[in-house]
Design a protein. Structure first.
Length: 544
């Protein structure tokens, strides 16, 4: 109970299953917790007040990944609702509501939410009530650590947008009759951020720097963009804009030689002794690029490599090097003898596929259970040998001792067992280690099924009948597939260079499953037998 209280105070939400960051679940003497910083949740097994084991597990299938000796569980929210902090915040928030003339009913509801110990929406807006001083990220960074400012104009714009959003939220809360702390109590403004950066060693990287002094009244952070004319270094580098424009024009009209400008420039760059590097985001696209360049007789290294600084310090290659790495724009840097061209510039901007967190599939009609997810007392379950029963819950049971254990006077070992009740009130105690023998009942009528008798023959007769029907269906399928295998049709020609160039311009990178499906379909089309394939996938997962 103490552990649960600490987790709740730290902002963790209790859930049936700890499958999302910031949640925890309790089952008997087992507590699952998923800290937001952790890659996997942890299963803490308690023996009274002692921790028996800590195991990281996969939230998808609940399988153990590794056993660890200790783990760090940090708060989920900025507000930690311990009794001491809660008592302090109650007084401060009451004073704030009184000063803002908030209606008594609203004040009471707010204080009751806080007294309950639950983290509620909007609680972070009352941070000054919990702490004497709010800190910035600079309070956690060593004083001598350099600060790198990537494009001050963008930083200033992002800070402005965030401050405006917070101010709008604050005004909406006040107009709705609520209480809110002033902006300066919650946020550091742009001038404060400027002073925090200026007071430390800092490096400023400009996308576009403004020559001369900053204009009067400009954003404090944007002042970092001002560069004296003598301080602006000349790199002698050019972008690939002319080539990109030419390729875009060719793509617009459609042509069989869409990469001819790339090939011509690659030959020219190599002839004058430049190091030529083409970048691709993935190995798949890098290998495709190598294949396409060979089709234009461009000398190219056979095997793409992952980019690292050693590539630039190695002896210059007389061939184009294709590397795997993220780069938005290429350049030609004659003074350094280096030319870089990116995949996006060659084929057009390719959209990055968002890493969707796959919806975890319901296990209602899945194969045998591998965990206790979604299993509640009162659910109907099917045992592999005994048939349909009612799941009643989990109970700790002593394991029968061997004669030697009884002779030694060993304490009985306890094991957690699932209780399944059958017709007539008979009960089966199934150790959790044999959980895979259970399946959640998934009848078509969704009604209450008839319970089998423990040790009866009804369930085995049902299984025998189903087995016969399945065998009959298998025989029919064999006849159907034999007839399909005998059919024939003309084969289609294999993919050519034009197809490969067209394929390379698609806006998304294929997932491994999509790439496999594409290859299998193309292989089928090149055969003399009719294609018999169904492409399956969820909505928005790239079937088209």
């Amino acid at each position: 109970d103490d552990l649960v209280d600490v987790l709740v105070a730290g902002g963790y939400a209790k859930a049936p299953i700890a499958e999302d960051p910031g949640t925890f679940a309790v089952r008997g003497g087992i507590v699952d917790v998923y800290p937001p910083h952790a890659r996997y949740p942890a299963r803490i097994e308690l023996d009274d007040w002692l921790v028996a084991s800590i195991k990281h597990f996969d939230p998808d299938d609940q399988r153990t990944i590794e056993t660890v000796d200790k783990m760090f569980v940090h708060p989920v929210r900025d507000t930690v609702l311990t009794p001491k902090e809660r008592e302090r915040a109650l007084g401060k928030i009451r004073e704030l509501c009184d000063a803002a003339n908030v209606p008594t009913k609203k004040t009471r509801a707010l204080l009751e939410e806080l007294e309950s110990g639950r983290q509620f929406y909007g609680l972070d807006g009352f941070l000054p009530a919990f702490y004497d001083r709010l800190e910035t990220v600079f309070d956690y960074v060593p004083r001598d650590a350099p600060v790198v400012l990537l494009d001050p104009t963008d930083v200033a714009k992002s800070a402005y947008v965030e401050l405006m959003r917070a101010d709008d939220d604050r005004e909406a809360k006040i107009s709705d009759g609520g209480a809110a702390y002033p902006m300066e109590a919650l946020y550091a403004d742009e001038q404060e951020l400027h002073d925090l950066v200026a007071g430390r060693r800092h490096v400023v990287l400009h996308r576009i720097a403004t020559l001369g002094s900053a204009e009067e009244g400009s954003s404090p952070l944007a002042r970092f963009d001002a560069v004296n004319e003598g301080e602006a270094p000349s790199l002698g580098a050019e972008d690939q804009a002319p080539l990109v424009a030419e390729l875009k024009a060719l793509r617009a009209v459609g042509t069989d030689d869409g990469l001819r400008p790339v090939a011509e420039r690659a030959h020219r760059w190599l002839d004058v002794g430049l190091r030529v590097i083409f970048t691709a985001r993935t190995h798949t696209q890098a290998e495709r690029l190598v294949s396409l360049l060979r089709g234009y007789d461009v000398p190219v290294e056979a095997k793409p490599v992952v980019f690292e600084p050693a590539v630039l310090s190695a002896p210059r290659s007389t061939k184009v090097q294709v590397v795997v790495g993220e780069l938005q724009d290429g350049f030609a840097w004659a003074t350094e003898g280096l030319v870089v061209l990116t995949e996006g510039e060659i084929f057009g901007t390719r959209a990055q596929r968002r890493q969707k967190q796959q919806k975890r599939k319901s296990r209602k009609a899945d194969a045998f259970l591998e965990d206790l997810r979604s299993l509640e007392p009162g659910d109907f379950v099917v045992h592999a040998d005994h048939g349909v029963g009612v799941y009643l819950g989990i109970e700790r049971k002593p394991v029968p001792q061997t004669p030697m254990e009884r002779l030694r006077g060993d304490a009985p070992r306890m094991v957690e067992a699932l209780i399944v009740e059958y017709a007539g009130g008979d009960k089966l105690f199934l150790p959790v280690t044999r959980l895979s023998q259970l399946q959640k009942f998934a009848g078509a009528d969704h009604g209450k099924p008839k319970l089998d008798r423990l040790g009866g023959s009804t369930f085995s007769k049902k299984k025998a009948k189903v087995r016969t029907e399945v065998q009959h269906l298998a025989d029919e399928l064999l006849k159907l597939y034999a007839a399909r295998a005998a059919a024939a049709r003309p084969a289609l020609p294999p993919s050519d260079r034009t197809y490969a160039e067209f394929e390379a311009t698609f806006p998304f990178e294929e997932t491994p499953d999509q790439a496999r499906a594409i290859e299998e379909v193309l292989t089928d089309l090149e055969q003399t037998r009719p294609m018999d394939r169904l492409v399956c996938g969820d909505v928005g997962f790239g079937k088209t």
